[in-house]
Design a protein around this ligand. Structure first.
Ligand code: 26W
Length: 820
């Protein structure tokens, strides 16, 4: 039987293909193969299917010449590929059988794969979900990024509880999912000098040239032949090494330039929400945007259309400001290389690009020092100054004499040194700007983009609420739940995995005791799966009869893991104050944390240390350990999330109101029947709109209050003892060394005692109150299960398919098209 893929996909053919890869691609013997070898052979065999689909899809695009969209993202947090590819191809049952016949277990082989962790957190994982949705909806979309040799660092926990970082050499074993394209290379220039000619043109020459080489990763759509491309660039020296120095015996000098070229794509910067203005980071950004635009331009030119039609064939989405240099780079290509007059070029550029903002935190807004830009990219600096002239003239025209407004809107921030405001450039150079949840988009309009709303009108600034792919975040991570849903709704999985609104059908079963029982059994088995995982990887024993309370995300003050740990300590102290008889009435709870801190983020690292050491005391306390357990799971990753999320009863999304742009794990938990405790922030709000406020545990001050409260804290500080005695007690216990390390936590505690920028003292009481309501709700298990079912049922809106449709229709103007 031949599939739509042109390869034989009956079980004997699959087995033959796997064995063939063992013998030829791996040059090994089938009889002494280990799990890793078997994984690699299976992956190569699956890859054969992907390559055929990929080729057909790309040929189809070339013939059909549709308008295409390109997603430029410095991060793609892909996770593992094998399981996802098998599910999307519909080949999982067959590979399962074939692999069993070969004497292996598919589950074991899946565990052999290393995560592709080329991202920090939300922004990178969002890019990965969007690629899955684009391919699944047969949209002509490519991703462009960097092929970092080292992904996000591996997190270890030191004996004293603090975070240690180790490299993540994810390419150590061959990566079967990428195809090196030795023939797809571009030269990228740095430094040198730019000489202005007339007509706004210039010649940029000299400096250093490095080579960008493409690696392609196939992105299979779900239940379709459509297979898109993620193209990642690797930097290489233009010439291997300097033969002259080598011959003169100066070996170090000979490889110097080749080392500096290779360094560009060596490592992912592990910061999110803080910028450091490092030259290598700017080099990464330019290297990637220059190679991507050269590639896009070459593809456009192959169409043979006039350059004026560029925006009719190309839409480019900028994932945050990281690729903003694409704007001056495309101007450079048009003006200097294609002889397009400056004004016409500007029209084309501003009709090509779209910009998504992912955070309004001031420390996350990228700024580059003018002298750095001037030295590294002299031509782009000129272009940025020339674009500044455009801004000045339009602002002057609309708001004559308003010098302050002009200073705020300028691309150049005054100071020593001057800085380039990348968000302003990204706004000016694009067709549309969007935020990632309703509240966030509103805050974009009211804060960072306020002056630009006045200038362009509000219609340029809109919202696309984030989404998640139901393939990975339901079917792949929680097969038991997706089977139960399919069986209950009497629908093939593909129906609701492609149209998530179909989950609403579950509402009519929410009150059915037989269904409730099955629903609860799935949650229970997912808790046991997690406990098993933690047992084998960390040797810890988790109480699976407890409520699982989870907070997993990057460590950051605004996300307030500190509020959570203070709440845990409060719970512990409360339990200690109880009599044994009183304790017996308490529902046991397991609190789980995971997440990485940026290596230079001192307070965030101190929070990890506190969590780990509080866990040691609590878990060893005979009085309380049956009622409260606390774990920090090291090295959070996409694949760990896939085990954690389906096991959660309740998860925490507790950022200070107005600080979390959207959040996406909140959607993943709810899709898997977990409930939320959270602030009125980001996508929590829209989740509550969908599932009903009675099914979400909200607490804390609202966004409009935050500014006033901060002002009050600054000018009329009140001691914690007065403002919030229960929190003061917790802080004092930590200070006094109850959890060891007397004194080391002072800097962390002082962030709360002093300015308390993230308002823990303001929200602590209502937080504890919300957790109490959670406990009470959990006591009535039937009601809880109903809430859980109703939550999953109303998650349709949060499919990334919906989000991508929105981008495709309202922004990119592209249409679905697929190979016959
Ligand atoms: C330059 C340093 C830097 C690096 C990354 C600054 C900012 C970032 C990202 C924009 C941070 C990020 O990942 N933001 C998250 O984006 C998610 C997807 O839209 C949202 O769900 C999260 O709320 C937002 O914090």
């Amino acid at each position: 039987k031949t599939s739509m893929r042109g390869l034989d996909t009956d079980i004997p053919s699959i087995t033959k293909s796997i064995v063939g890869h063992v013998q030829t691609s791996l040059a090994q013997q089938a009889h002494n193969l280990d799990d890793l070898g078997a994984y690699q052979a299976a992956a190569l065999s699956v890859r054969d299917n992907l390559i055929l689909n990929w080729n057909e899809t790309q040929m189809h695009y070339t013939r059909k010449e549709p308008k295409r969209a390109y997603y430029l993202s410095l991060e793609f947090l892909m996770g593992r590929t094998l399981d996802n590819a098998l599910l999307n191809l519909g080949l999982k049952p067959k590979y399962d059988d074939s692999i069993s016949q070969l004497g292996f277990r598919l589950e074991d082989l899946l565990e052999q794969e290393r995560d592709a962790a080329l991202g920090n957190g939300g922004l990178g994982r969002l890019a990965a979900c969007y690629l899955d949705s684009s391919a699944s909806q047969e949209l002509p979309v490519w991703g462009y990024g960097l092929r970092y040799k080292y992904g996000i660092f591996q997190q270890l926990i030191a004996p004293d509880g603090s975070q240690l970082e180790a490299p993540d050499p994810w390419l150590e074993h061959d990566n079967p999912w990428e195809l090196p394209r030795l023939d797809v290379t571009y030269e990228v220039r740095f430094y040198g000098h730019s000489e202005r000619l007339d007509n706004m043109k210039a010649v940029w020459s000299g400096g250093q040239e490095v080579l960008a080489m493409a690696y392609d990763t196939m992105i299979p759509g779900y239940e379709t032949k459509s297979t898109n491309n993620l193209r990642l660039w690797e930097s290489k020296p233009k010439r291997g090494f300097d033969l002259q120095s080598f011959n003169a015996g100066d070996y170090e000098r000979a490889v110097e330039s080749s080392n500096s070229a290779a360094a560009i794509t060596s490592v992912l910067y592990p910061n999110d929400h803080t910028t450091f203005g490092k030259e290598l980071r700017l080099k990464q950004q330019y290297f990637w945007t220059a190679a991507s635009l050269a590639d896009i331009m070459r593809r456009f030119k192959n169409l043979g259309k006039p350059i004026s039609e560029f925006p009719d064939y190309v839409a480019i989405q900028l994932n945050d400001t990281h690729p903003t240099l694409a704007i001056p780079e495309l101007m450079r290509i048009f003006v200097d290389e294609e002889d397009v007059p400056w004004d016409a070029a500007w029209q084309l550029v501003t009709n090509t690009f779209f910009f998504t903002n992912h955070t309004v935190l001031p420390e996350a807004l990228e700024k580059w020092p003018v002298p750095l830009m001037q030295n590294l990219l002299p031509r782009h600096m000129q272009i940025i100054f020339d674009i500044t002239e455009i801004v000045v003239s339009v602002v002057e025209k609309k708001f004559p004499g308003d010098r302050e407004r002009l200073a705020r809107m300028s691309l150049i921030e005054e100071g020593y040194p001057q800085n380039i405001r990348m968000a302003n450039l990204a706004c000016i150079g694009t067709r549309k700007v969007n935020g990632v949840a309703e509240l966030h988009s509103e805050l974009v309009r009211l804060t960072i983009m306020k002056d630009f709303v006045d200038l362009y009108g509000v219609s340029k600034f809109s919202n696309v609420t984030n989404g998640i792919t139901p393939r990975r975040w339901l079917d792949q991570c929680n097969p038991r739940l997706s089977n139960l849903i399919s069986e209950t709704l009497k629908l093939p999985k593909a129906v609701f995995l492609k149209d998530l609104y179909k989950l609403e059908g579950l509402l009519q079963f929410a009150d059915d005791p037989a269904f409730q029982k099955k629903w609860a059994a799935v949650k229970q088995s997912n808790k046991e799966r997690l406990a098993q995982h933690v047992q084998t990887t960390l040797g810890l024993k988790i109480n699976t009869h407890a409520m699982f309370d989870v907070q997993i995300k990057r460590l950051h003050e605004y996300k307030r893991q500190t509020l959570n740990i203070m709440g845990v300590i409060h719970r512990y102290l409360t339990l200690k104050d109880m009599t044994p008889a009183e304790r017996k009435k308490v529902n046991p709870k397991v609190v789980l944390f995971a997440g990485k801190a940026a290596p230079g983020y001192y307070v965030a690292k101190l929070t990890i240390r506190l969590i780990v050491n509080v866990a040691r005391i609590i878990n060893a306390d005979a009085d309380t350990k049956d009622y409260l357990q606390l774990y920090f799971l090291p090295d959070y990753s996409v694949s760990l999330a896939e085990v954690l999320i389906p096991a959660s009863d309740i998860s925490q999304h507790i950022s200070t109101a107005g600080t979390e742009a959207s959040g996406t794990s909140n959607m993943k938990f709810c899709l898997n029947g977990g409930l939320l405790v959270g602030t009125v922030d980001g996508a929590n709000i829209e989740i509550a709109e969908e599932v009903g406020e009675q099914n979400v545990f909200f607490f804390g001050h609202l966004t409009p209050a935050v500014e006033d409260l901060r002002y009050k804290h600054m000018y009329h500080p009140v001691p914690v003892e007065q403002k919030c005695p229960p929190l003061a007690r917790v802080l004092n216990e930590v200070s006094a060394g109850r959890f060891g390390d007397g004194g080391v936590y002072e800097p962390l505690l002082n962030t709360i005692r002093q300015h308390d920028y993230y308002l823990l003292t303001e929200d602590f009481d209502s937080y504890i109150q919300a957790l109490k309501l959670v406990d009470e709700a959990y006591q009535d298990r039937t009601e809880w299960i109903k809430k859980s079912i109703r939550t999953t049922a109303k998650m349709g809106k949060f499919s990334s398919d919906r989000a991508i449709q929105d981008y495709a229709q309202e922004y990119w103007n592209i249409e679905s098209t697929k190979p016959e």
